[in-house]
Design a protein around this ligand. Structure first.
Ligand SMILES: NC(=O)c1ccc[n+]([C@@H]2O[C@H](COP(=O)([O-])OP(=O)(O)OC[C@H]3O[C@@H](n4cnc5c(N)ncnc54)[C@H](O)[C@@H]3O)[C@@H](O)[C@H]2O)c1
Ligand SMILES: [Zn+2]
Ligand SMILES: [Zn+2]
Length: 359
């Protein structure tokens, strides 16, 4: 337990020119319904790189407002504000990464990601301070209890990547009948492979363009087959599935060619979910979907209750998302962390504190 909380801390901001700047901030005091967390692990998401790091591209919910970065965090509660109902000092928590109004239809379903209130919807690391700092203020209603069996680094990945993937896989349904194609083996695609395996998929085929990522998928035995991204991918996937195609596809690259491969490599009556964000897709509805009776889902993050369920399942499966972390940095080296994640030559990249830095 941390007994003395400092007055000042460093926090990382992303100016939008492929750099990272550390600035001094006061450590916040939790207001009503809020907690102060000692951040233990904050991981970097492909969305941080795509929308913020290189350029401030995002608009609306993806608009970055110059706050402390980091939307995938887990930490320990070190102070509670007035009126907190459940969390206490010492509790371990995952931060669901968007704070919503709590009252709109989406929030009442637990999907604060799509909260419709423009004043109260604020995502950590985008419109309100996130986890690239030693401490962060979070609303108690945004916390998901982190089971003792999971590390903080496990929890940080549940906050966005694993949560997102779990939701997407629930939409298409994964079972032992399924060969699954995963396009893009960044942290989201690797999480998809790990969860498909836990859900019992029969065969997992992954595609990426970067050697390091194919190596991770192979070395961690997350995929049964890995393919280098290229124009023959659909044919290659069919030849690995008796010419039939896969029952399920999970698109995690946002690359237009990979999106086409994924929908076309799905067999008749199959299902695909799109997770990779940004950019276009050229879809020919009749040959690509209608005549083969295919279903295509889009899926955006997840709900708080499903995140709670995922935390429970991970314990049952003995699945540790932290195994996908290839590099851990302390906050002073946050710029190296973002540079590495932007290169793609890595698994998941984390900024860690205390015991998470030692593991
Ligand atoms: N839907 C959601 O709620 C949600 C949540 C989190 C992240 N995302 C998005 O998911 C995507 C993946 O996130 P990430 O953190 O893994 O990002 P990432 O950028 O690290 O991973 C994308 C991967 O796709 C690969 N790729 C590029 N072209 C390819 C091709 N033609 N074929 C196969 N693979 C190809 C890249 O090499 C890279 O490894 C990003 O677009 C991110 O913004 C969506
Ligand atoms: Zn994310
Ligand atoms: Zn709302």
């Amino acid at each position: 337990m941390i007994t003395s909380i400092p007055d000042l801390m460093l926090g990382a901001i992303l100016p939008g020119d492929s750099t990272t700047v550390l600035r001094e901030y006061p450590v916040g005091k939790p207001g009503p319904g809020e907690v102060l967390l000692r951040v233990k692990a904050s991981t970097i998401c492909g969305s941080d790189i795509r929308c913020i790091y290189h350029e401030h591209l995002g608009k609306g919910p993806e608009g970055y407002q110059g706050v402390i970065a980091g939307h995938e965090s887990a930490g320990q509660v070190v102070a509670v504000g007035p009126g907190c109902r459940s969390f206490r000092e010492g509790d371990r928590a995952i931060v669901y990464h968007i704070s919503g109004c709590g009252l709109c239809n989406d929030c009442r379903r637990g999907y604060m990601i799509s909260c419709t209130d423009p004043l109260y919807r604020r995502a950590y690391g985008w419109q309100r301070d996130g986890g690239m700092a030693a401490y962060m203020i979070a609303e108690e209603k945004d916390l998901v209890r982190l089971p003792d069996e999971l590390s903080y680094a496990d929890g940080a990945q549940v906050a966005c990547g694993f949560g997102t993937v779990y939701e997407g896989l629930e939409k298409i349904g994964i079972c032992g009948n399924d060969a699954v194609l995963i396009t893009g083996l960044g942290p989201v695609g690797l999480a998809a492979a790990a969860l498909c395996k836990a859900l019992g998929a029969r065969k997992i085929i992954g595609i990426d363009a970067i050697k390091e990522r194919l190596d991770i998928a192979r070395n961690l035995k997350l995929c049964d087959e890995v393919l280098v991204a290229g124009p023959d991918n659909e044919k290659e996937v069919r030849s690995l599935t008796n010419g039939m195609g896969v029952e399920r596809a999970v698109e995690c690259s946002a690359n237009p060619a990979a999106r086409n491969t994924a929908i076309r490599a799905v067999r008749k009556w199959g299902k695909m979910v799109m997770l990779g964000e940004g950019g276009p897709m050229s879809l020919n509805p009749s040959p690509d979907m209608i005549h083969d009776q295919k279903t295509l889902y889009g899926s955006w993050v997840t709900s708080t209750w499903k995140m709670m369920e995922l935390a429970e399942r991970l314990v049952e499966w003995k699945l540790h998302p932290a195994e996908l972390i290839s590099h851990r940095f302390d906050l002073n080296r946050v710029s190296d962390a973002f540079k590495l994640m932007a290169s793609g030559k890595c698994g998941k990249v984390a900024v860690c504190f205390d015991e998470e830095l030692q593991s």
